[in-house]
Design a protein. Structure first.
Length: 754
């Protein structure tokens, strides 16, 4: 069943008119799908319809959904709404199951025994957008996960062009959306067949309260409109139906019922808070179902994703900014959400797929070639490395000379190989028996602690220097060190004649954090607190939180009291972008948003990437001891490069054999690199000793004794525009008298002679 379509030129159409001059009319006959759509619309005009509209607040629904998302259940509002409609129609309001059909000269009123629910699915083709309405049979009898799974199958079939004609017929009622581009309500045409169609608008702040919402909390609202066949359904029935749906969406009992179905437990057994006993089976169950077939379909299916600011973004990206106190940045982000962002360029998507594939080959090669050694794989969070590469590319294109990275261990080797572009033999040599203590690295530090410099080459031909700060196993303590290195580079540029504003747009700081350490280490808060203080200001940092939902073996519910690990930044006026690690396009968009935000406002921003950890904490432990259900799901879950390759193949960007061809080439390069690694001299690249500074030493040794006395005398006297406090001046006077007696400096209670 088709509802409406954007009229586009038909490749088979012919044109007639008075000529091709500018402004002349264009005429063409409608063919194919366009003609079928037009005939369907004309048929709908013969149905006598009426409409009812209902608006209600949905703050509790959004909070419930947010809590479930934090626990791994990506539950869309559209699926919850469709389930509420099906169950309301089957139970409380049977009148909406009525429809009228013609039999010879008679009209027959039919009340169907079950609810066959049609859900509008947006289908994009070369000719434009159209709406197809696959029908879920006996929808009210399905559990919530089964409902979403069936909707996922039908939606994929619609988009692939393989949906059966029988699956597009026989709808009792239809759910569609008018909120794709921010519309809060609409009254769609009722097609022949069903007795009622419900349109859901955008969830957002009520009109007229946008300014108030910048400084005070305002509950979001949802508007539903019901257009019905007046011959079969009365206004009272339509009003009662919308009221019942509202009551269900605002009912804790109904939401608990859905949650119980998601978890596979009775509604009364749903755990809404922390588990009763630490280490109970619920710790694992909560975490395990984040990638079941049902929740995967949920993540793909939601056609538009509601934002509290009443706007929409492409699937897979959410932005939190209602906590910001700066109106300008709030307005900028709100406009970004309302207007959307351009899709990533094909060249960047291809670069991302190549990188995702090579990352998987690299990590797998380390684990098989060096069995039993710690690699701290990034598999499950490859999107964080891809987002980092995307930001480095945008920075290089914008004229940045350097980016400085601070991070712990997770994915560090992959970043060395693919962002710093170190030769693979340099990294592999660290795993060989010869890679222990050396003359320049006498402590034999482990490979995940090493830092250094490299150069990232972007797909557009630009490049940028990359510095990876060393991190000796203290996780978040590297963050202020990295920012200090950034400020030092910026100060050097200022000393060379650039302004500080220019210098801040030449050096980009990026900090990668683990989810457990980000909420658990106090240095995170201390570093964030320095961001806007003049001596430490670096023009904003981009933070990437690598959320694999496990801190060694602990679940989020054992690690923190907040919904998301990124919630700790809400006291620092820092916006947060949430992304799905399985959605590469979403992470490319998030990286661009983060870079543009820092460019415009010079402030910190967070990208929170929700993913998983394919192996144990360091590949030497067995995670299935403590998280058996979680890892049963992970074992069956395809890696992100396969998911993304299928998407790009469907778009015609890569051939079917792209992944295997790329993997084979990457493996061959690693085999060659291992042979080179056996003779690679680490002394040429690994150096943990400070470089000597002979010029500085020589200058200090050559300074005359009276030079230090002159410095002290100048420091301890009044100057133009600066008066020393009288009490402090008495201390300085005493010190001068001490120096006059041949004692150079007064250090605590001892006099130190020259």
């Amino acid at each position: 069943m088709m509802l409406h379509n954007v009229t586009t030129p038909d490749s088979n159409s012919t044109e007639s008119g008075s000529g091709s001059a500018a402004g002349s009319d264009r005429r063409r006959p409608l063919r194919g799908r366009s003609a079928a759509m037009a005939r369907n619309m004309e048929a709908s005009l013969a149905i006598p319809t009426a409409s009812t509209i209902r608006t209600f607040e949905v703050s509790s629904l959004m909070q419930w959904r947010g809590r479930l998302r934090a626990q791994g259940f990506n539950v869309p509002i559209a699926a919850v709404l469709a389930t509420a409609m099906a169950r309301a129609a089957q139970g409380t309001v049977p009148a909406v199951r009525r429809r009228v059909e013609a039999a010879d000269k008679d009209l027959i009123l039919v009340e169907e025994a079950t609810v066959n629910l049609g859900v509008a699915v947006d289908v994009e083709t070369a000719a434009g957008h159209s709406i197809m309405v696959p029908v879920i049979r006996d929808a009210a009898s399905l559990s919530f996960p089964a409902f979403v799974s069936r909707l996922g199958e039908l939606s994929e079939a619609c988009r692939a062009g393989t949906v059966a004609v029988t699956d597009l017929r026989g709808a009792t009622l239809i759910l569609t959306s008018t909120g794709r581009f921010g519309s809060t309500t609409g009254v769609p045409l009722l097609p022949p067949g069903p007795g009622i169609i419900v349109a859901a608008g955008a969830i957002g702040i009520p009109a007229g309260l946008e300014t108030l919402a910048r400084t005070q909390h305002v509950n979001p609202v949802l508007t539903l409109s019901s257009t019905y066949d007046h011959r079969a359904i009365q206004g009272a029935d339509s009003g009662l139906f919308l009221g019942t749906v509202e009551n269900l969406l605002r009912s804790p009992e109904f939401l608990a019922e859905l949650e119980g179905e998601l978890r596979g437990t009775p509604a009364g057994d749903v755990l809404l808070d922390l588990p009763a006993q630490p280490g109970s089976e619920h710790d694992d169950i909560r975490l395990a179902e984040y990638e079941t077939s049902a929740s995967t379909a949920v993540a793909r299916l939601e056609p538009v994703r509601a934002r509290n600011e009443g706007s929409w973004l492409p699937e897979g990206v959410e932005v939190e900014f209602s906590h910001l106190s700066d109106p300008e940045s709030r307005v900028w982000l709100a406009e970004l959400l309302r207007n959307g962002t351009p899709s990533p360029a094909s060249s960047r998507r291809l670069q991302a797929l190549r990188l995702a594939t090579e990352l998987d080959v690299f990590e797998a090669y380390l684990q098989t070639q060096f069995l039993g050694q710690k690699t701290l794989s990034v598999q499950g969070l490859e999107a964080t490395v891809i987002a980092l590469a995307e930001m480095a590319g945008h920075a290089a294109e914008a004229g940045y000379s350097d980016t400085v990275l601070g991070m712990a261990h997770r994915g560090r080797l992959s970043i060395m190989a693919h962002i710093l572009n170190w030769p693979a033999e340099r990294i592999l040599a660290e795993f060989l028996p010869t890679a222990r203590a050396t003359a320049k690295a006498p402590v034999g530090d482990v490979r995940q602690h090493l830092g250094g410099e490299g150069r990232f080459d972007d797909v557009d031909g630009s490049s940028i220097n990359v510095t990876l700060e060393q991190n000796p196993s203290h996780l978040e303590f590297v963050s202020p060190v990295a920012l200090g290195a950034v400020r030092a580079k910026q100060d050097r540029l200022v000393a060379e004649g650039e302004s500080m504003d220019q210098a801040k747009r030449r050096v980009l700081p990026v900090l990668l954090h683990g989810d457990a350490a980000f909420t658990g280490q106090g240095v995170v808060y201390e570093t964030l607190n320095l961001q806007n203080l003049a001596p430490y200001d670096v023009g904003g940092s981009v933070h990437i939180v690598q959320d694999n939902r496990l801190g060694f073996t602990a679940t989020p519910f054992q690690l923190r009291s907040t919904l998301w690990p990124s919630d700790v930044v809400k006291g620092f006026d820092v916006p947060v972008i949430h992304t799905d690690a399985d959605d590469i396009d979403a992470n490319l968009v998030a990286a661009k948003i983060a870079f543009d935000y820092r460019e415009r406002f010079g402030k910190d921003i967070i990208i929170h990437v929700l993913g998983y950890r394919r192996h144990g904490h360091n590949e030497t432990d067995e995670p299935r001891y403590t998280q058996p259900i979680y890892y049963a799901d992970i074992d069956e879950h395809p890696p992100v490069h396969e998911i993304y390759a299928a998407r790009l193949e469907a778009s015609g960007l890569v051939p079917a054999d792209y992944v295997e061809t790329t993997k084979a080439a990457a493996r061959a390069e690693l085999v060659k690199a291992l042979e080179k690694a056996r003779t690679f001299d680490l002394e040429t690249v690994v150096n943990q000793q400070l470089a000597p500074r002979p010029a500085v030493r020589a200058g200090l040794e050559a300074a005359p004794a009276d030079w230090a006395l002159g410095v002290l005398d100048l420091a301890e006297q009044d100057r133009d525009g600066f008066a020393i406090h009288p009490k402090l001046m008495r201390q300085f006077s005493k010190r001068k008298s001490t120096r006059a007696q041949d004692a150079l400096a007064d250090w605590a209670r001892r006099n130190c002679s020259p």
